[in-house]
Design a binder for this molecule. Sequence first.
Ligand code: HEM
Length: 231
Amino acid sequence: MANIFSYSIGRKLLMSLSGLFLVMFLLVHLLVNSFLILDPLFGTTEGVMYNAGVHFMTTNPLIKIMEPVLAGGFIVHIVYSIILTIQNMRARGSKTYASGNKTPDVEWSSKNMFVLGIALLSFLVIHIAQFWVKMKITGDPRLDDTVEGHNAYVLVHETFQITWVMICYVVGGIALAFHLSHGFWSAFHTVGLSNSVWIPRLQKVSVVIAWIIGLGFSTIALVQYLVFPLS
Ligand code: HEM
């Protein structure tokens, strides 16, 4: 019997499950990074809360175990999105008018999921190089290497003082919001948790969660750039 994941529905299922897993990660990641704004609001200077949050995330054994799982989630999601897009293009052939960009009643994000995904992947490459690589592999003079995750605040804050970086994060957050506003409810639909009553509800919830996550990241970057210059 052929493997279920060699079928289109199996591939879509894998994409949906990995996508839902990545949304969980994004919610936790947003929570930790919101300390960048909460720190000055609570009067804790020099990123005390943020450094503690990053320290916990980089040293907690349970989270360390989850790191390869997270990397796997990204790889599965990206690889299967490429396979499914190629499959769909082949299946449509020359009949692109049937579901192509000119279809008026299909939401914009739904028609541009792959393009949005490519934009997010480019963002992710820059993001990982700027923070993860420096914190885990190469080190950086701004980090206190004696305590893992310590002084992440200085590195992150200084990085956001660069105008193109800030723009990249604001645009990345908006692309993420569009990507999730379709992807989130579509994933539930694929795993079978929807019907004619639940689809419209899930669509509304998806849009709200997507924009909270996307604009959350954009706002953090913008606020760091505009409001909290390091003394
Ligand atoms: C204001 C925006 C953001 C800030 C300040 C931020 C900050 C960081 C920092 C400091 C790290 C390295 C430390 C760590 O591993 O926890 C990191 C890792 C990471 N970030 Fe972000 N991030 C932001 C947005 C995003 C977005 C939008 C995504 C996904 C689309 C993302 C995905 C990741 C991934 C996959 C890792 C590596 C996995 C990990 O070790 O947790 N980040 N981020």
